[in-house]
Write a protein that binds this ligand. Structure first.
Ligand code: ACO
Length: 399
């Protein structure tokens, strides 16, 4: 047997697969998706069961280490993460250098990249203990960084983490608590956010996870790799879609138009007009996460006593699109992002925080993939081929 690169060289055969529509870049044992059947499993467990029975941190452990943690493993993990939530005081001041209206995704990727500068002595990608330490630091500090990006945009003082609180409750307090008054976490909000984060934790080789793996394949440290993943997530065709959905719903509301008018603009392929939160590279039937999120949207808005026209517009849009041949023929269905924005808005997050929430959700998946790649002796530096379509050799012109 010969390896694939030798085969390619010997045969002169190169595949061109723009956007990697049908090219596996790796083997992975973390997440299984059957896009035609609408199936998503984390380490073999159906997403519906994980979302119903687990928590963000337990799911993170499952994704990263492959099995559900024992009770003592989970409490130790939780405890370690609580003990590492503080940012270095200099890093707190890093936020002062950024404009108050900085997009929190830019803040997040820059601060995660900067995190590595504080741990230069423990960034080895070969030392298991240092890797575990970095994993704990990342999980503990990313929510704090995201909350500070939010607070900065409001011009409010940053709170210190309250490590008596659970992961999600601490995050909510850092976002919505103030120096002036005590903050009581609403358990409905906490449970709903935990569930949404679980639904985002992994999705195999999506653009941001592939980015993390590609950067990590150069033996770049985990902070550098995750920072790159955050930047990949920022785009509106990926994680940025949740913010874009809300903008779209708001525009439809403000225009006072019927949703069918907007759908016509989408079908006419007007420049820059897509039905955001619809369509998926892998799901060609339904996105099981979207079904779970839609259930949450109704529950959360009702429990918080919020009535939002945007939820009604979203439901109307979905109904119109699902009955329309354009969407049916192209197998376009709501994806996970279609309803999340409405819930985040009801929780009190501004639209610019929606994609950072996705990043916190996806972090365990990025870590799990980085670690899986790092432990695999077969890993090679990622280095795609290209088909050159430029000029043939030319002579330098007389000038
Ligand atoms: N609205 C309208 N038409 C669409 C949409 C959409 N949301 N998505 C795809 N189409 C159409 C395309 O115009 C194309 O039509 P054509 O065959 O007539 O040219 C056809 O469906 C296939 O679309 P592609 O762009 O080739 O599909 P691809 O798999 O490359 O893209 C993507 C998937 C990027 C998710 C796309 O569906 C999209 O842009 N959706 C909106 C953005 C979004 O919601 N992103 C979040 C994705 S999920 C996530 O990251 C968590």
């Amino acid at each position: 047997s010969i390896d694939i690169s030798t085969f390619m060289k010997q045969t002169g055969f190169t595949t061109l697969d723009q956007g990697f529509v049908n090219t596996a870049s790796t083997k992975s044992a973390i997440t299984y998706i059957d896009g035609d059947a609408g199936i998503l499993r984390y380490r073999g467990y159906p997403i519906e069961a994980v979302a119903k029975n687990s928590t963000y941190l337990e799911t993170a452990w499952l994704l990263i280490y492959g099995e559900l943690p024992s009770a003592s493993e989970l409490s130790e993990f939780d405890e370690r993460i609580r003990r590492h939530t503080l940012l270095h005081e200099d890093l707190r001041r890093f936020f002062d250098a950024l404009p108050h209206n900085a997009h929190p995704m830019s803040v997040l990727s820059s601060a995660v990249s900067a995190l590595s500068t504080y741990y230069e002595g423990s960034l080895s990608v070969k030392d298991p203990e240092q890797i575990e330490m970095s994993i704990v630091r990342l999980l503990a500090k990313l929510p704090v960084i995201a909350a500070y990006a939010h607070k900065k945009s409001l011009g409010q003082a940053f709170l210190y983490p309250d490590n008596s609180l659970s992961f999600v409750d601490n995050f909510l307090k850092l976002n919505f608590g103030t120096m002036a008054e005590p903050y009581e976490v609403n358990p409905v909000l906490s449970k709903a956010l935990d569930r949404l984060l679980i639904l985002h934790e992994d999705h195999e080789q999506n653009a941001s996870t592939s980015t993390v793996r590609l950067v990590g394949s150069t033996e770049a440290n985990i902070f550098a790799s995750v920072s790159a993943g955050i930047n990949a997530l920022y785009g509106p065709l990926h994680g940025g879609a949740n913010e874009a959905v809300l903008k779209m719903l708001q525009e439809i509301k403000d225009s006072g138009d019927d949703v069918t008018k907007f759908v016509e603009r989408v079908k006419n392929k007007e420049e820059g007009v897509r039905l955001m939160g619809f369509g998926h590279r892998v799901y060609k039937n339904f996105d099981p996460r979207a079904t779970l999120v839609k259930e949450s949207a109704d529950e959360v808005l009702e429990a918080l006593g919020v009535q939002d026209d945007l939820l009604d517009i979203a439901k109307e849009l979905e109904a119109v699109a699902l009955a329309d041949d354009y969407f049916v023929e192209r197998k376009l269905y709501p994806n996970v992002d279609f309803y999340t924005g409405v819930i985040y808005k009801a929780m009190g997050f501004p639209p610019r925080m929606f994609t950072p929430l996705f990043a916190i959700g996806r972090l365990p998946g990025w870590i799990a993939h980085w670690r899986e790649m790092n432990l695999d002796p077969a890993t090679k530096i990622g280095r795609p081929q290209q088909l050159y379509v430029g000029e043939p050799e030319r002579s330098w012109p007389e000038r």
